[in-house]
Design a binder for this molecule. Structure first.
Ligand code: THG
Length: 632
């Protein structure tokens, strides 16, 4: 039986703290090799002592133990000048845990080893370590843990979404799904209600949803009670197995160091109640817990099995801070278009002047309007696109509350952006203009980083002009992406349109073909979404004309089923605010669309950042840009 299946069957007991157990034993000073504080080294120098702690937990009732490798990445070990021994140390950590687990296993009750990978001391979102360097380091750690016989990997005490993604990439490279090894991610929600870098639990779910994670949970930072609100969110939004390994209460600082107030009985009572009420599959302890805490917990939860939850995986994107539903109700998802070097003079001029504050301001001011997502396009002749993109993405990762859409034709620019951004972005875009190779590279990257992807209906013969061709290419794009591990919900199909404002007779029906293509794609490719660069329709017209045409086109596309559009969110205008008497005959459609137009204007602002089956914001906001203090 796979470990994940075992965990789904009945409550699975992890172990408790390692550090305090080590401190409680007398460690010969020679065991430190002059590196006092490097607990991981003890797996090599005093394996019997470490094994003894594992055995104590297993005898107290733990189904699995965590390896003593929390700080075992070569980067963290580097602080003790031990980088080069990382693999050996992690393998030793897994081996001693394996020996203990095997010694306590019976045919009826196998015991397991989870390879602990801590957050390290350098966080990528804060610029303290590069994504690639972190990934390489975690790869070495995972290799060592696998070599020593771990049954799975536990990325624990996670504080930074980008750090988690580096761990997931390392897991994918070394083990992958096919290995059958368990993948367990445990985040630390601080007393502030977010991860250290500011991510809400909603952002965590949105960013991790694309990955094949077996168990998701919380550990450290607080006690069981403070974790409840976040676990309730997970229970309502995350379909996978749920875990909680709290501290023995909130630490109390004393002259002798942190003290954890919950004694075994109180800890077991609180966590036991939480497990039953939320429906936790995995429980254990973090700082301040001991074998006695685990023994008490075992008694408290004897015979408990969390009911299965029938949930669909959420389909959201996310900034580093908060998620956004890809399906807005009412539609559409508005994607702000202003941060575009070719499409906005102001943005271009800011970049040309190296005025990154100004350029960032244009990106972020769209948060004040109706935008749900921010398109960012930095390609401009004579500029270093990768540099402009990475500077702005890194800043957005620390400051922007809305998710990004990375708009570039360059694979390396997209990759650089992904390596800086812990949230869930939309990559804009792939197409088959030059065949399939480039598209395949982008799709593989989207899979690796868990991004959504815009697919343009362009193939080797050029941009599709008719609804028939647009649908045909859309089908090919979907199949192409699905074969490479993306899901339909990850895809936004762009039916594209030429301007109808140029006077070119052959383009007279361009808008109708686009609208028809949206209608047919919605019927033929259920589960996918549609997107459109809406302002393209009116290139060449005067501003007043553009506003009317854009509003009309938006309305028609929405009626055809369009899910999202790239648009100037500051000028999204309801049709009833456009001139009352258009000079030509579409007056009838104008009046019929006016009512819906008013509806989307009003609701698009009130629905933004709408939570997914999560509590209503605590206060009614007069201005849409004000967010509730808990913006998931
Ligand atoms: N599909 C996808 N991505 C896209 C497009 C698309 N990205 C780029 C573009 N099209 C969407 N973005 C814009 C941005 C600006 C304008 C239109 C589309 C625009 N700009 C004014 C103009 O050119 O007249 C400039 C105004 C100014 O300088 O301020 O209209 O279709 N997937």
């Amino acid at each position: 039986m796979q470990l994940a299946d075992r965990i789904a069957r009945s409550v699975f007991l992890m172990d408790g703290a390692m550090g305090t157990q080590l401190q409680a034993r007398s460690i010969p000073s020679s065991a430190w090799e002059g590196r006092e504080g490097c607990n991981e080294l003890l797996c090599v120098t005093v394996p019997d002592l470490v094994r003894d702690i594992h055995l104590a937990y297993l005898r107290a009732g733990s189904d699995a133990v965590e390896t003593n490798s929390f700080g075992g990445s070569p980067i963290t070990l580097g602080e003790y000048d031990l980088s080069s021994r990382a693999k050996e140390i992690n393998a030793a950590a897994a081996r001693v845990a394996r020996e203990a687990a095997d010694a306590e296993s019976t045919p009826d009750r196998p015991r397991f080893v989870l390879g602990s990978v801590g957050p390290g001391t350098k966080l990528p979102t804060l610029g303290q370590v590069g994504f690639d360097a972190l990934c390489d380091a975690l790869q070495v750690q995972v290799e060592g843990l696998a070599e020593g016989g771990a049954d799975g990997i536990l990325l624990e005490t996670c504080q930074d979404l980008l750090q988690i993604k580096a761990g997931l990439v390392a897991f994918d490279k070394v083990l992958g799904r096919k290995s059958g090894k368990l993948l367990y991610v445990s985040v630390t929600v601080e007393q502030t209600g977010t991860l250290l870098i500011g991510s809400s639990i909603g952002a965590v779910v949105a960013a991790l949803a694309p990955f094949p994670i077996d168990v998701l949970g919380l550990n450290c930072a607080t006690g069981p009670e403070a974790m409840r609100i976040h676990l309730d969110y997970l229970a309502a939004n995350w379909p996978g197995l749920l875990a909680c390994m709290p501290n023995a209460g909130l630490p109390i600082l004393t002259p002798e160091g942190a003290k954890y107030p919950l004694e075994p009985a109180a800890f077991a009572q609180k966590l036991g109640a939480l497990a039953r009420e939320v429906g936790l599959n995995v429980v254990g302890g973090c700082c301040g817990t001991t074998p006695d805490h685990i023994r008490a917990l075992k008694d408290m939860l004897a015979g408990f099995a969390a009911p299965a939850r029938a949930l669909a995986m959420p389909e959201q994107v996310a900034s580093v801070f908060a998620p956004i539903e890809l399906t807005q109700e009412p539609r559409p998802l508005y994607i702000g278009e202003r941060a575009n070097a070719t499409g906005s003079k102001k943005f271009r001029e800011a970049l040309l002047a190296d005025d990154y504050d100004g350029a960032f301001g244009i990106l972020s001011e769209q948060e004040e309007a109706a935008a749900h997502v921010l398109d960012l396009s930095c390609a401009y002749a004579g500029r270093d696109e990768a540099k402009d993109m990475t500077l702005l993405v890194a800043r957005a990762a620390q400051e922007c509350r809305l998710p990004l859409m990375i708009d570039s034709t360059q694979v390396d620019v997209m990759e650089a952006a992904l390596k800086l951004y812990g949230g869930r972005v939309i990559l804009n875009s792939i197409n088959f203009e030059s065949g399939e190779e480039k598209a395949a590279r982008i799709v593989e990257m989207a899979r690796r980083f868990g991004a959504a992807v815009v697919c343009l209906t362009i193939d080797e013969t050029g941009m599709a002009m008719t609804a028939d061709r647009k649908v045909e290419i859309a089908k090919r794009l979907v199949e192409f992406c699905e074969q490479r591990g993306l899901r339909r919900g990850d895809l936004l199909l762009d039916t594209l349109t030429f301007t109808i404002g140029s006077g070119d007779d052959t383009l007279r029906t361009a808008a109708m073909e686009t609208i028809e293509a949206i209608r047919r794609i919605k019927a033929a490719l259920p589960g996918t979404r549609t997107v459109l660069g809406l302002s393209n329709i009116s290139f060449g017209l005067k501003p007043a004309g553009r506003k009317v045409l854009n509003a009309l086109f938006l309305d028609e596309c929405l009626k055809a089923g369009m899910d999202s559009c790239i648009i100037n969110v500051a000028t999204v205008a309801p049709l009833n605010q456009t001139p009352p008497k258009p000079s030509r005959s579409p007056a009838r459609s104008c009046t019929t669309t006016a009512r819906t137009a008013t509806r989307w204007r009003i609701s698009s602002t009130s629905s933004r950042a709408a939570p997914r089956r999560s509590p209503k914001p605590t206060s009614r906001r007069r201005r849409p840009r004000r967010r509730s203090p808990r913006p998931w």
